[in-house]
Design a protein around this ligand. Structure first.
Ligand code: MN
Length: 362
């Protein structure tokens, strides 16, 4: 069951004029946790207060919810609100936002495009998870319209971007900065669409990296799936072996597959399973210099791309250099996004659904 008792992602919902509060998705309903668990930590418009309680509280709460939804279902059902009666909000207050570049296929594809005369991967790529700091304040929840950004699209030219793109990514939410391990620090995962204006990005990014080509909007799904719920698989072999601070006690990856839908048609199925750098390595890297974490920090994997042409997580890779533009059933084609286009990214983790993140360009 995609939203059954083994999933139970957390989100923030409201019904009518009621104040937004924390709930858990169960099948086609939201369990009102304030009412079901009699705990005021859930009567707030973000997951942050609950996440700050730490790993033991997350585990105990999840076990309690599972019990209430199985043995006590008759009572608990009175606190289930049908999904079609609620508005879903940004699930947590985003503290800092970092975006990585962890797919070797994506990094290689972009290297070949931007630097055709060089090795596709820069010398640092296999030695550390490359990343940049993004803009936490413009992280928005799924369903929020995305306004086509204006900027310097090339030398001397200001105007609307002509190369509006997506990046299909997985995001990791820091719950408890003081946790003793990755599992005690990271609360769960969410889907991320890192909207990107490729013309603005190409002109501005040297030498300090992405800036206005990315910071206008980053969309996330309304549900945060607990790390505890996610199936693990063996991780990818890393060559060369990473430095000690990036070495892992246990070799694991996440069994997550994404799909990218444009105006109702699936155009790509990016596989998270093959990502090179892993979420525990990203967390180790972003704090190894003494940088602190806060509850609500969001860090994302970077564009997820697989080896196959239909597994790429961005338009620039799907349509680049001689490849046919994306053909849609209505007879139109796309190299990049047009106004009115809707992109929806969904994902599954084994039998579980991670929900979706959607946005329409205006
Ligand atoms: Mn990105």
């Amino acid at each position: 069951m995609s939203f059954g008792i083994d999933n139970l992602p957390y989100g923030v919902f409201s019904r009518g004029d009621e104040a937004p509060r924390v709930g858990v998705r169960f099948e086609d309903s939201v369990l009102d946790l304030t009412a079901a668990l009699h705990d005021e930590v859930f009567a707030t418009p973000s997951l942050n207060a609950f996440m700050a309680r730490g790993h033991r509280a997350w585990s105990e709460t999840r076990a309690l919810i599972r019990q209430k939804l199985s043995t006590d279902l008759a009572v608990t059902a009175t606190h289930l609100v049908p999904l079609d009666q609620v508005t879903l909000h940004l699930p947590f207050e985003v503290a800092d936002y970092v975006d990585f570049y962890c797919s070797i296929e994506h990094a290689s594809n972009l290297g070949r495009m931007f630097r055709p005369d060089e090795e596709p991967l820069k010398p640092n790529w296999r030695h550390l998870p490359v990343g940049y700091h993004g803009r936490a304040g413009t992280v928005v929840v799924s369903g929020t319209p995305v306004t086509r950004p204006h900027g310097q699209v090339r030398m001397g030219v200001f105007g609307p971007t002509a190369k509006l793109d997506i990046e299909a990514e997985l995001g990791f939410v820091v719950g408890s900065p003081d946790g003793a391990s990755f599992e005690e620090r990271v609360f769960g995962v969410t889907l991320v669409n890192d909207w990107s204006a490729r013309d603005i990005q190409a002109w501005e990014y040297v030498p300090l990296g992405p800036f206005l080509g990315k910071s206008f909007a980053t969309s996330i799904s309304p549900w945060v799936t607990p790390l505890e719920a996610l199936p693990r698989i063996p991780g990818r072999v890393q060559d060369p072996a990473p430095l000690d601070y990036l070495r892992r006690a246990e070799d694991w990856g996440l069994d997550v597959t994404l799909e990218v839908e444009l105006n109702g048609e699936i155009i790509s199925r990016p596989p998270y399973q093959g990502m090179y750098w892993t979420p525990d390595q990203m967390l180790a890297h972003m704090t190894v210099n003494g940088a602190t974490l806060r509850t609500g920090d969001l860090y994302a994997s970077g564009t997820i791309s697989g080896e196959q042409p239909d597994q790429r997580g961005s338009f620039i890779e799907l349509t680049w250099n001689g490849t046919e533009p994306i053909k849609l059933a209505d007879g139109t084609t796309r190299a990049f996004l047009e106004n009115g286009d809707t992109v929806t990214i969904r994902a599954t983790a084994g039998a579980l659904s991670l929900g979706e993140v959607s946005g329409t360009i205006r």
